[in-house]
Design a protein around this ligand. Structure first.
Ligand code: ADP
Ligand code: MG
Length: 173
């Protein structure tokens, strides 16, 4: 199997955690679009947003997506990657898209427990639980329509990996 795999979902859904474990199980290269962009631009996401606004950031994000999409590569995308129709179409056409789904309460708890992982500036400046509810309400349908497979992201990471391998019809290791 060499098809490109794209992981989509909100911040805290486990795209990096599950995605890197899944890449290892498949012998795939793992790329995180946020990290890729930060290395290419030599700026943090927060700095990009301050300097270029969310619009500038979103433009960079679409370019990064196209650049990293290669065979035998698993791509963990930023939570807002699905906002652009161009990105949704690209991912569905170029590979297999997996949506890691978790309720706002779970996402908020994870982000509060590990604030160092929440490198993004908040979108609204309001409490994280409230913000996640709002973000999911706005994006859930887009995550769903982009995904070939919707997975339960509240399970322990190893189980999520197993379920994705089963959905992809891979032998579990
Ligand atoms: P994302 O890349 O989607 O923003 P991360 O993989 O960085 O999410 O995970 C965010 C936080 O939640 C991390 O601290 C991680 O350890 C934890 N986490 C991720 N997936 C799970 C899971 N399935 N169960 C429990 N905790 C998880
Ligand atoms: Mg991540």
């Amino acid at each position: 199997m060499t098809q490109t795999i794209f992981m989509v979902g909100a911040r805290g859904a486990g795209k990096t955690t599950v995605g890197s474990a899944l890449a290892q199980a498949l012998g795939y290269q793992f790329i995180d679009t946020d990290l890729f962009m930060q290395q290419a631009a030599q700026m943090s996401v927060a700095e990009m947003v301050v300097q270029e606004g969310w619009l500038g950031f979103r433009r960079r994000e679409s370019l990064a997506l196209q650049e990293v999409a290669q065979p035998s590569t698993l791509i963990a995308t930023g939570g807002g990657m699905i906002l652009a129709e161009e990105n949704r179409r690209f991912m569905r056409q170029q590979g297999t898209v997996i949506y890691l789904r978790a309720p706002a309460s779970v996402l908020a708890r994870r982000l509060e427990e590990y604030p160092q992982d929440a490198q993004r500036p908040t979108l609204t400046g309001r409490p994280i639980a409230e913000e996640m509810l709002e973000v999911l309400a706005a994006r859930e349908a887009l995550y769903q329509e982009t995904a070939h497979h919707v997975m339960d992201g509240t399970l322990p990471p190893a189980q999520v990996v197993e379920q994705i391998l089963a959905a992809l019809h891979c032998e579990t290791i």
